[in-house]
Design a protein around this ligand. Structure first.
Ligand code: UD1
Ligand code: CA
Length: 426
């Protein structure tokens, strides 16, 4: 399928209310940047060929993030920042001969889903619109731009709260800041924008009035779930969005047959796949991309940090941390262990307090550990990577294993035990 949409993602604003050295769109939920959520969802529609991210405040940091993570995104600098209309205009020259549709949205709305975006694009096409605005209904619409309609219910303008009459302020339909435009029809609007308004800014919202004046077809798409338009402006918003996202993930997993004993204290990232009949016990935190099979038992108090693949019937118990590791069927890591950069076979048993020592602090290098089928570790063993433990091999309790051991071997480092009889009687 030929991709006919390009996006403009507005992310130049300062985000003053975050009170942070980090640019707003690089704040994270489940260790993933807000801007990453937006770009991923936009790309997941399968419609978008290229994304222009408008950067300004701490542009270098945002650009470095985008460059490293998104092949089909390009950052464009907006300096100074004269408003949302001026921000989108930064892509104007790049879109000169573009004949498709342009999706405009903000970089701080991590809850917007690709399904909604697909639906939005579909409606725009079905109705042969030139411009479609995504709106939402809020009981308390404070601070948003209001969708103003004529007596026949036709959209006529978006009015910012600061410019609104009291009658307009009472409108509950608001502008979410997401637009789809047929670029050929609407792009001339950007040349007509002015800053004659309460904020002295170039408002992107003014393209609506312009299009209507030209007799072009303009309509709104009302969000089914207004939560999706939630834009992050403060640390409180960030925490609220995290909760919403986490609950969304948990509800989906419960519906799909995963057992989650206590949804309130369970945290699972949206990029974690879990098969039915796995049981997640309370106070478990799972972030990043992971694949977890069925009939596993995880927690209570387990932490999975990403790039983890578990087979079926795997047990990850209390106070266990797992990172960048593959673990096969019927393997247990039951208590107090750290498994990082490792491959564990099936039927492996990891004793309490086993640590894979995977990191050399002075060289900053990480090393791999491989523990083959049927192998086991005694309690409190340290496995100094790089390391391979052969099939059915074992290390005794308290061992610091710093060399490979072959199949069926036992590795043991232990100071000889001394017993002093009647020591306390002397
Ligand atoms: C904007 C809309 C408002 C809508 C609301 C939804 C306008 C004039 N108003 O208002 O109708 O209800 O979003 O959240 O568009 N940005 C830039 N460069 C700029 C200014 C802003 O990149 O010069 C970016 C910001 O980083 C942010 C987005 O644009 O991601 C929205 O800007 P913001 O100032 O938050 O707009 P609102 O006043 O909330
Ligand atoms: Ca905003």
């Amino acid at each position: 399928m030929q991709k006919n949409v390009k996006s403009i993602i507005l992310a130049a604003g300062k985000g003053t209310r975050m009170k942070s050295d980090t640019p707003k769109v690089l704040h994270k939920i489940f260790n993933k940047e807000l801007l990453g959520y937006v770009l991923d969802e936009v790309n997941k529609t399968g419609e978008v060929a290229e994304n222009y991210v408008i950067v300004g405040h701490k542009a270098d940091m945002v650009e470095a993030y985008v460059k490293e993570n998104f092949e089909n995104a390009k950052c464009l600098l907006q300096s100074p920042q004269l408003g949302t209309g001026h921000a989108a205009f930064q892509a104007y020259d790049y879109l000169k001969d573009f004949g498709g549709e342009v999706l405009i949205l903000c970089g701080d709305t991590p809850l917007l889903t690709s399904d909604t975006l697909k639906d939005f694009i579909e409606l725009h096409r079905k109705n042969n619109s030139s411009l479609t605005v995504m709106s939402a209904i809020f009981e308390n619409p404070a601070n948003y731009g209001r969708i103003v309609r004529d007596s026949a219910g036709n959209l006529c303008a978006i009015v910012e709260e600061k410019d609104a009459t009291s009658e307009q302020k009472a409108v509950k339909e608001i502008n979410t800041g997401v637009y789809l435009l047929n670029w050929k029809d609407i792009s001339p609007a950007f040349l007509s924008l002015d800053s004659n308004n309460a904020q002295g800014e170039y408002y992107l919202t003014d393209i609506v009035k312009w299009a209507i004046k030209q007799g072009l077809k303009v309509q709104s798409y009302i969000l089914k779930n207004n939560e999706e338009s939630f834009g992050i402006n403060s640390k409180l918003h960030l925490a609220q969005a995290f909760k919403i996202l986490k609950n969304r993930v948990i509800n989906k997993l419960l519906e799909s047959g995963v057992t989650i004993v206590d949804p309130d204290t369970t945290y699972i990232s949206p990029e974690t796949i879990i098969e039915p009949d796995t049981e997640i016990l309370p106070c478990t935190y799972i972030e990043g991309k992971n694949k977890i099979g069925s009939h596993c038992k995880i927690g209570p108090f387990a932490r999975i940090r990403g790039d983890v693949e578990l087979g079926n019937y795997v047990k990850i118990g209390n106070f266990v941390e797992i990172k960048k590791s593959k673990i096969k069927d019927h393997t247990n890591v039951s208590h107090l262990s750290y498994i990082g950069d490792s491959r564990l076979g099936s039927n492996v048993n990891i004793g309490a307090g086993t640590i894979t020592a995977n990191y050399n602090h002075s060289t900053k290098q990480k090393f791999q550990t491989e523990i083959k089928d049927g192998a086991s570790t005694g309690s409190n063993s340290v496995l100094v990577a790089p390391l391979v433990m052969g099939e059915n091999s074992s290390v005794g309790a308290g061992t610091v294993l710093s060399k490979d051991i072959k199949e069926n071997a036992l590795g043991l480092t232990r100071a000889p035990l001394k017993i002093f009889e009647n020591w306390f009687k002397k």
